[in-house]
Design a binder for this molecule. Structure first.
Ligand code: NAD
Length: 325
C-alpha cells in the first residue's frame, strides 16, 4: 500500500490546487464538514441533500445549493458522494437522472461512503463504461477529523485517478492511502474495521479478566501493551477508563465511533466474506456481540463501550462501578 505524505495545515493545502467546481451529494454528519473544507479552500461546491435543512446550512456555509443530481454534476470537475449505505450510492449513481447518466464524460466521481464492495465495483464499472472516472475513497476518522480536515482516505482506482483526486482529498484529509484498483479502498477499509472490531472485544475481555482476577489494572495494562498481547485498540483506544488519556472511555463513552457504525462495518465484512466463501468466525461472533450492544440501547455509545457489556464471564451491565469510573 503506497502512502502519500500528509499535509498538515489548511493554508498549505489550499495552495495545492486551483479553484474548481465540485459537486457534493450527502451533507450529513461527515459530508457537511468535508464540503465546508472545500468551500474554505476556495472551491465552488454544488451541494445536494434530501434534507432541506441541511441544504440551507450548506448554503449558509457558502455552497451553491442545487436541486438535482444533474445540477450537482453540471460543470463540475468532480462529484463527491458521502451517503449512508450501498443502496443510496447505487441510486445516486445508477437511477434515471443519476450520476452515470448526467455527469459529463471525463468527470471524476469519488465515493467516500462506507458501502459493500460489490456495489462499489458495480457503480465503478458503470461509470467507466460511460467515459467517467471513478474512485472509491472511504474514510477513517469520524466527525471530529472531518471538521479539521484530518480524515484518512483509503483509495481504490487507477493511479491516474488517484493523482487527480489527491489535491482535493488532501484538503479534507491528513493521510491518503492508495489501496489498488477500484473497489480496493472499500475492501481494505472493511478488512481493517473487521480486525478493529475483533481487537476491541479482545482488549475489553483482557482487561475485564484482569479485573476479575484482582490484578492491578494499571500494571496489567502497562505490561500487556508492551508484550505480545498488545493490539491497536488496547494501546491507542483503551476500552476501560482511567488507563489512557483522551479516549472515549475516559469521557463517558461519547463517540468517537459509535456501536452502530461498528455493527454496520462488521455486517459489511460478513457480506463480503459470504460473497467469496471466506470463513471469518471471530468476525461473525464480533458482529453478534456488537449487535447485542446496539440492541441494548448502546447504538450511539462509543464502540469501546463494549467493555461495559463484557463482564468477563457474563453478559451484563452490572459491572463493578469502580472499574467503569
Ligand atoms: P449521515 O446519515 O449523517 O449523512 C448521510 C446524508 O446523505 C444524509 O444527510 C442524507 O439525507 C443524505 N442522502 C441520502 N440519500 C441521498 C440522496 N439520494 N441524495 C442526496 N442526499 C442523500 O451519515 P454520515 O455519518 O455523514 O456518514 C456518511 C458515510 O460515511 C456512511 O457511509 C458512514 O458509514 C461513513 N462514515 C461515517 C463516519 C462517522 O463517524 N459518522 C466515519 C467514517 C465513515
Amino acid at each position: 500500500m503506497a502512502h502519500r505524505p500528509s499535509v498538515s495545515d489548511t493554508t498549505q493545502k489550499s495552495e495545492n490546487v486551483m479553484s474548481t467546481t465540485v459537486g457534493f451529494i450527502g451533507l450529513g454528519n461527515m459530508g457537511m464538514p468535508m464540503a465546508e473544507q472545500l468551500i474554505r479552500a476556495g472551491h465552488t461546491v454544488q451541494a445536494l441533500d434530501l434534507s432541506k435543512a441541511l441544504q440551507e446550512k450548506a448554503g449558509e456555509l457558502g455552497a451553491t445549493v442545487v436541486g438535482s443530481i444533474a445540477e450537482a454534476a453540471d460543470g463540475a470537475d468532480m462529484v463527491i458522494t458521502m451517503l449512508p449505505a450501498g443502496q443510496h450510492v447505487r441510486s445516486v449513481y445508477l437511477d434515471e437522472g443519476g450520476l452515470v447518466e448526467t455527469a459529463a464524460p471525463g468527470t471524476l466521481l469519488i465515493d467516500s461512503s462506507t458501502i459493500d464492495v460489490d456495489t462499489s465495483r458495480e457503480v465503478g464499472a458503470a461509470s467507466v463504461a460511460r467515459g467517467l472516472e471513478m474512485i472509491d475513497a472511504p474514510v477513517t476518522g469520524g466527525v471530529m477529523a472531518a471538521r479539521i480536515g484530518k480524515l484518512n482516505f483509503i483509495v481504490g482506482g487507477t493511479e491516474a485517478s488517484f493523482a487527480r483526486a489527491a489535491p482535493y482529498l488532501e484538503i479534507m484529509g491528513g493521510n491518503l492511502l492508495y489501496a489498488g484498483e477500484q473497489g480496493s479502498g472499500i475492501g481494505v477499509k472493511i478488512c481493517n474495521n473487521m480486525s478493529l472490531g475483533i481487537s476491541m472485544i479482545a482488549a475489553a475481555e483482557t482487561l475485564m479478566l484482569a479485573k476479575r482476577l484482582g490484578l492491578d489494572l494499571k500494571r496489567t495494562y502497562e505490561i500487556v501493551t508492551n508484550a505480545s498481547g498488545q493490539n491497536w485498540a488496547l494501546s491507542n483506544y483503551c476500552p476501560l477508563p482511567g488507563l489512557l488519556d483522551g479516549v472515549p472511555s475516559t469521557n463517558g463513552y461519547i463517540p468517537g465511533f459509535s456501536g452502530a457504525m461498528m455493527r454496520k462495518d462488521l455486517r459489511l465484512s460478513q457480506d463480503a466474506a459470504l460473497s467469496v466463501n471466506a470463513t471469518t468466525p471471530l468476525a461473525a461472533h464480533a458482529l453478534a456481540i456488537f449487535s447485542h450492544f446496539c440492541d441494548s440501547g448502546h447504538a450511539e455509545t462509543d464502540y469501546s463501550g463494549i467493555s461495559k457489556l463484557i463482564g468477563g464471564d457474563a453478559w451484563d451491565y452490572e459491572v463493578d462501578p469502580s472499574v467503569l469510573g
